[in-house]
Design a protein around this ligand. Structure first.
Ligand code: SF4
Ligand code: SF4
Length: 429
């Protein structure tokens, strides 16, 4: 077991039993050119162009990036900008979808015999929320001896069940993804890890796996799904300070990312849709397979609309997610959930800040051994160097500190500010 952490209420009952269903094809899709960490893509299409489902509509020559594909057959209506769930304005291609769509068909990524190139060509990024281009992870430094691949199916965030349903409904695709990643990396060992609160998915995966794949149930504890915590829980190995998991001989991929990799390598399928859990105060909570570029407002309508007194709508889970300033933002590759949080359950905004009462809970529960109360105070006072010296860049943004704080200090939001400032100053962790 990793250090610290908490056991928040799961709130997964509303959707854990809901089979994945397709969300309707929107009449118009807004496809951002930046759905990943790294260089934003440049649109490769112009207004009036006909586009086919799976066709590249944005790309850039950069190591850390991922091309973007049209999710539908249609016509480019606009090449402009859009607001994202993270509150940023990025370039976007707006596509009017044809009335009739064949979602089983797509323009395949060519097979040149180079698996990494095909993964890159399919635009695959970390679908657990990190959105790091998968090809970069699949290309560890030459001196790294990556012996173990871990597929992360923990989904420890409250409310989210998209990975749970994927593992339950398509265990053989998860196993296929695990084998492809193992082959690309040349790893000896493959572990699929999930929390013990998903016994049906555990059983399905064990039934689909052969004896070269280990399927392991871990205790249900947040943030079990964070990379460093997961590696420690499974292997009792610490990733060295400031290093990537490859430095410890490990590669971690989310289970949905692994399925996308399997699809790309077996059929050439680019990443044009994903499963999103829509839950909380909506009329019809569920797990929806959603075309990228669908607006969150339309997805919420698919889920029956908002009900009751909703304080905020969050993209991702409530521990790490972002409150949406507008519902007219598109679904992107890393968006695992939309949670409509009822009044009284939401974390406070920065304007509601309360003083620290020195209770000691946040340093006791921080899984990275940080002092969140001090980092937040430095952020409050714009003391970025002091925050950097106290290792603010080690923060994995799990939100545990905000969760346990009795005075409801918005610790995570403040620490994110300090991290951004430290990175802007070029501080290395
Ligand atoms: S400081 Fe960062 S790593 Fe520690 S509990 Fe807070 S959000 Fe998590
Ligand atoms: S949990 Fe809140 S009140 Fe307690 S030490 Fe941390 S910031 Fe202060």
């Amino acid at each position: 077991m990793f250090r610290g952490g908490v056991h928040p209420p799961g709130h997964k009952e509303a959707t854990a039993g809901s089979a994945v269903e397709w969300a309707p094809v929107p009449a118009r899709l807004v496809v951002p050119m930046s759905q990943h960490l790294g260089a934003p893509c440049v649109p490769t299409v112009a207004v009036g162009d006909r586009v086919s489902r799976g066709q590249v509509i944005g790309d850039i020559e950069a190591m850390v990036s991922a091309p973007v594909h049209s999710p539908v057959n249609g016509t480019v209506a606009e090449v402009g900008t859009t607001l994202t769930a993270a509150g940023m304005t990025v370039k976007a291609v707006v596509i009017d979808a044809d009335e009739a769509q064949e979602l089983e068909s797509f323009v395949p990524v060519p097979d040149t015999g180079d698996a990494r190139a095909r993964v890159r060509g399919a635009g695959i990024v970390g679908m657990g929320g990190a959105t790091f281009p998968s090809v970069v992870k699949l290309t560890p430094p030459k001196d790294a001896d990556v012996h173990t691949v871990i597929l992360n199916g923990c989904e420890c965030e409250p409310f989210l069940t998209c990975d749970h349903r994927l593992m339950l409904e398509q265990p053989e695709r998860v196993i296929a993804g695990a084998k492809h990643v193992r082959e690309i990396i040349g790893a000896k060992r493959v572990i699929i890890a999930l929390e013990s609160n998903k016994p049906d998915a555990l059983e399905a995966l064990r039934a689909a796996a052969d004896d070269t794949i280990e399927v392991v149930a871990l205790p249900t504890r947040y943030p079990q799904g964070a990379e460093k915590q997961l590696i420690y829980a499974l292997l009792k190995t610490e990733v060295p300070h400031g290093k990537l998991p490859s430095a410890a001989g490990v590669l971690v991929h989310n289970v949905a990312t692994a399925v996308a990799i399997a699809d790309a390598l077996e059929t050439g399928k680019p990443l044009t849709e994903r499963i999103v859990t829509v839950t909380g105060s909506v009329a019809r909570p569920g797990n929806y397979r959603v075309l990228l570029g669908t607006l969150v407002s339309e997805l919420i309508e698919t889920a029956g609309g908002l009900v009751g007194d909703v304080e905020r709508v969050i993209s991702g889970g409530p521990m790490t997610g972002m409150a949406l300033g507008s519902l007219d933002v598109p679904v992107t590759k890393g968006m695992s959930g939309i949670v409509a949080v009822p009044k009284g359950m939401a974390a406070p905004a920065i304007a509601d800040d309360q003083p620290c009462m020195r209770c000691g809970r946040c340093p006791q529960t921080c899984p990275m051994g940080l002092e969140p109360y001090a980092l937040a105070t430095f952020a409050d006072r714009r003391m970025w160097d002091a925050a950097a010296k106290r290792n603010v860049l080690d923060c994995i943004e799990c939100g545990v500190c905000s969760y346990v704080c009795p005075t409801k200090r918005p610790l995570l939001q403040l620490i994110r500010l300090a991290k951004a400032a430290a990175m802007a100053k070029g501080v290395k962790s």
